[in-house]
Design a protein around this ligand. Structure first.
Ligand code: ADP
Length: 269
């Protein structure tokens, strides 16, 4: 289990997140929401161990996360950041890296690792990219490969920063379905999402950051009933029979509720 105890984090002399207590239980999906710059990525990075607490602690199974050797931490927690620089590497090589935390020296892939890599690529409909250079892929294709890499790392805790970025709606929905399956296997999913409808629909718990003020947590129903979205985003959101509708300021609703994984081919080009 991952726990944040009285956690305050920030950059240089500035605090972004203050005095947060949260615990993340296995078999649940937690989604962090909030306006731009409110500290969502900062909170997620703290959970990954990439940011050191200014005050308080991050505990993994009762032990300070910073006390884990990098290899052991990577066996437990995987982290998908918002993509920045694309390394000059093939998809095959990239995916092999995901298995390294599980291998002892000389880090030679076993058949079991190769199977896991292919299953992960298959889950993201990305197996046909295996021999491609990462740089040759489109943004969405690359995102699917990064997601496959995270799946191949096969950790009990998955941190995902805006995982639906660049993905077509079909792949967004298939990813949400896949996360439900991982949750059913007992994994802990903690992610940042921009799409409020998806956040409310697929999460067990919402963590809503009101920039510089408070952090609210609750089930989607509690967040809706408590008027938290109005506090945080200044919009009114209502639950309708089949979807959540954003009423204000501009109506942004989605009909895209269903079918995932249809007959789509691996390549969209
Ligand atoms: P969000 O993910 O909600 O958009 P972030 O966590 O990325 O917000 O950023 C929260 C605040 O921290 C912002 O004001 C941002 O400018 C600042 N910030 C983020 N990363 C850094 C950094 N590496 N150095 C200094 N300030 C940063």
């Amino acid at each position: 289990m991952l726990e944040l105890n009285n956690l305050s984090v920030g950059y240089d002399g500035r605090y972004v997140i203050r005095n947060v207590d949260l615990s993340f239980e296995p078999g649940n999906i937690y989604t962090i929401i909030g306006k731009n710059g409110s500290g969502k990525s900062t909170l997620l990075k703290s959970c990954s161990g990439l940011l050191t607490p200014k005050v308080g602690s991050v505990l993994l199974d009762g032990k300070e996360l910073s006390k884990y050797p990098a290899n052991q931490r990577a066996q437990k927690i995987s982290y998908l950041s918002q993509s920045t620089n694309t390394p000059n590497i093939t998809v095959e090589r990239l995916l092999a890296h995901a298995r390294f935390p599980h291998l002892s020296y000389p880090k030679k892939l076993r058949q079991e690792d190769i199977n896991i890599i292919y299953r992960a690529l298959g889950d993201m409909k990305a197996a046909c990219f295996i021999h491609d250079s990462l740089r040759e892929l489109s943004g969405g294709e690359r995102q699917r490969v990064y997601l496959a890499m995270q799946l191949a790392q096969d950790t009990p805790i998955l941190l995902l920063d805006e995982p639906t970025t660049y993905l077509d709606i079909e792949y967004q929905l298939s990813l949400m379905e896949l996360l439900q399956k991982l949750k059913a296997q007992g994994k802990t999913i903690i992610m940042v999402l921009h799409d409020l409808e998806q956040a409310l629909k697929y999460s067990d718990q919402i963590i809503a950051i009101d920039a510089g003020k408070e952090i609210y947590t609750g089930t989607p129903d509690e967040i809706l009933a408590g008027g938290i979205l109005r506090k945080v985003f200044h919009v009114d959101v209502q639950r309708s029979d089949y979807r959540f509708e954003l009423k204000n300021p501009a109506a942004v609703s989605s009909e895209a509720v269903i079918t995932v994984f249809g007959n789509s081919s691996c390549r969209s080009r």
